[in-house]
Structure formats: C-alpha cells, structure tokens
Design a protein around this ligand. Sequence first.
Ligand code: AMP
Length: 467
Amino acid sequence: MAMISPTAIIQTIRRPDTRVPPLEPGTRARRAFYSAAPSRPERFFVTTFEDLGLAKPILAALGDEGHETPTPIQAQAIPALLSGRDLLGLAQTGSGKTAAFTLPLLQQLVDKPGKAKAGGPRALILTPTRELAGQVRDRVNAYGSRTTLRAGLVIGGASIGKQKSMIRKGVDILIATPGRLEDLMKQNAVSLDGVEYFVLDEVDQMLDMGFIHAIRAITGKLPQRRQSLFFSATMPQSIARLAHALLNDPVRVEVKTQAPPKIDQSVEFMAKPEKIGALIKVVSEKSFERGLVFSRTKHGADKIVKSLNKAGFAAQAIHGNRSQGQRERALKAFKSDAIRILVATDIAARGIDIRDVSHVVNFDLPNVPETYVHRIGRTARAGAAGVAISFCSPEERADLRAIERLTGERFGGPGAGAEAKKSRPARQSPGAGKRANRKKKRSGTSAAVVREADRTIAGLSFMRPAT
Ligand code: AMP
C-alpha cells in the first residue's frame, strides 16, 4: 500500500486552505484516506478528530474530555493505526501518545464487535510502572466511556485474586505491568491467544527496569497475527533491535521539538550535608508553587521527606519501597494540591503525568544524563516558565559534565570552563576556570558536539495543538 509519511501529514496540517469535508467513519473510508493521501497531499489534512474518521461514541467522549484538536502524534499515528499498520513511536509523556494509541484501539474494537472473552483480552497494553498503568487505564476508561468496552488493570501490589476473577469474567482491554502479567501467565490465569492489538509503552524505561525477559515471555505467547505498537522516548540500538523483532513493517512517527520549553536551569555547588538546608531555602522562596524533588535513592527520598516535614513543609515520597496505596495517595495529594512537594526516584516518577510544576529540584544529580532532561521537562508548563535547580556535590561533578555535554548548557562551578554562566553562588576555587579550560581543550567538549537527536528529548513535553 502507498504510504504517507508523517512529515506529509504534518505539512498538510499546516496548510488549512483547501479543506475537504470530514470522512465518514468506517474502515474503508479510512483506508482510502490513508492510501490516497500521498498523491494529493494538499487535499488531505487533519485538523479535527472528526477528520480522522473516529466513531461517534469516541468523538463524544473526546468532547467530554475537552480534547478539540489532535496533537501532532495523534494526527500522525491514528490514520496509520486505523489502516492496520504496526507503529514505532518516538514520543514521551505529554505528547498525547496515550490517546494516540487508545483511540484507534477503541475504534477497531468497536468496528469489530465481539464479546470480551473470559480468560483473555482482545487488546493488551504493557507499561513499566504501576502508576503509568493506572493512568493509562483511566484514559482508556475516559475515551471509551460511551462504548460498552471493558478495561482491566493488572499490576503488582494489588490483590492477584481480584485480578484473576476480573480476567475470568472477561475484559476487552488489559493494561498491565510485565511482572504481574507474567505471574498470572505462570498460573494459567490469563490467555493471550485472543490478543489482536498489542501496545508496549515507555519501552526504554521497561528495559532500564530489567523487564526484557518478561517482555520476551509475554510476546512469545501472543498470536502472530496482531497489530503491534511500540513507544519509547529514546531509541538506542538495543531498543531499535527489539522493535525490529516485534513489529511488522511499522510506520515510524516521531514528535520532534516544537518549541523549546522555557526552563530556567541552574546548579548550586555544595557539600552533600548542605543539600537539605539548600532545599528548604528553595521551597521557602516566594516563586515556589509546587515542586518535584528527585532523589537518586529510595532511602534518600524518605530522608528528604522527613527533613522537609520537620521544617514544616508538607511533602510525600513515591518510590519502589512504598506500598501501592501509599504511592497512589501521595500522587493524589500532589495532584490535588494537598501537598506542594513530591519527592521521587526516577523509576517511580517517569511516565506519570505530573506536570504544571513550577520547580524541579535535582537533590541528587542523575548518573544517566538523559534522565536530567526527562526530569526538568516536568516544569515545561504550557506557556509558563519552569525552574530547574540542581544540587551538585563534589562527587557529582562528572555527572554534571555529562549533562553539560548532552544539553549544551554550561553550568560552571569548580572545574568548569570560563563561559560558565548558569551556576548559582558557587563555592569555586580560584583558578578553577583556567583548569577547566585546559581540560576542555583536551577533551574537545563543546556545545557543537551535543547530539541533536538527544537534545530533541527536551522539547517533548508540549501540548500544542496541530494547527
Ligand atoms: P500523554 O502524553 O498521553 O500522557 O497525555 C498527556 C495529557 O494530555 C493527558 O492529560 C491528556 O488528557 C492530554 N491530552 C491528550 N490528547 C489531548 C488533546 N488532543 N488535546 C488536549 N489534551 C490532550
């Protein structure tokens, strides 16, 4: 079949001068739309969900949710998915990717009505964390609220007995974390034979969390004939190989930086024991509305919460050692503004939809520089500037240099170059700049060597309509 490239769709979105009437919902119409588009791209553009040919109950639910315009990833992915193609998506939370895969999934289940079979779902969505799974389930329920489709959640930390009985009764769509799903498979409590539609979400995080074996075990039980979708924020070789193994001639969609988020980044240099005092200073500032504080370890996150609470600031933590209930309560309290500070580890925080934070504080610097970009992207609020403050102790300087290389930012501090301008009051030794310059010459580091592909990650947290 002739293919329209995502770029072509986006180009047509930008040229709303030759509008064609919305297509009638229906698979044939959509197939025609998708295959005819390349030859006459100027006549096909997508500005509304109606243009995508979604069924009325789904359009009505989108109306309930206040979603008027497809985001770029939705405009690119939905037509491809409705035409039956596999999909490789490079996008992260904030791009609207959940709706990008959920809407066509619902549409296809509605198009081919069949009762939810006892013992196994028709659609399977795998996510790395419990929080993200819960969030996806909520979105599926919202977008499918006017259909009769049923969605179920299978995650660790919740009663496996209840999950077994839910599967026995029958669900159309199962949203699961890999570990718990594997447990259920081992106990013959779920069958994947009837899966028509398979989504792997946040694959890079799944691999970071060591889920590769579970993913292999799960995909090994899926039927050969299925539609598969694969979403990841980054695409290193290992992930590209996995995608190649799991997908059949996929359409690739990528959300590139649209507008760089306005993030005021700075680094404060200090010894480790000084960090708590510095954090209390930051959260006491007038401009601090609500913030995410990142700790490298679970134990560290608990210690930070204790110190904040002792200083009179309501804060809670989310990390892997907290029970499911505690994690959910902390998130809810933060989202409802009952607390203004959430302390998190990367694994617990990634992928979940926590935005609209005024400040991100890197209490500890991450040792994977890409993680820095993911963290600070949480402050990139629609239009408003965000603040990202990082505390850097002497042991963390190498991590900071790696972040500088990736982002092209120069934060200065001891051991940094003369162009450094971003640090907050730094305890810098005399001559540090010169030393750093010599070092920089040796290593050849400059903003120019920042990999463009990596930099684009920073701009993905946007919700700009495709106009
Ligand atoms: P996601 O990237 O899937 O985590 O979505 C991030 C947020 O964007 C969620 O809160 C969605 O409800 C919201 N969202 C998704 N699609 C749209 C849209 N087309 N218009 C407005 N908001 C949207």
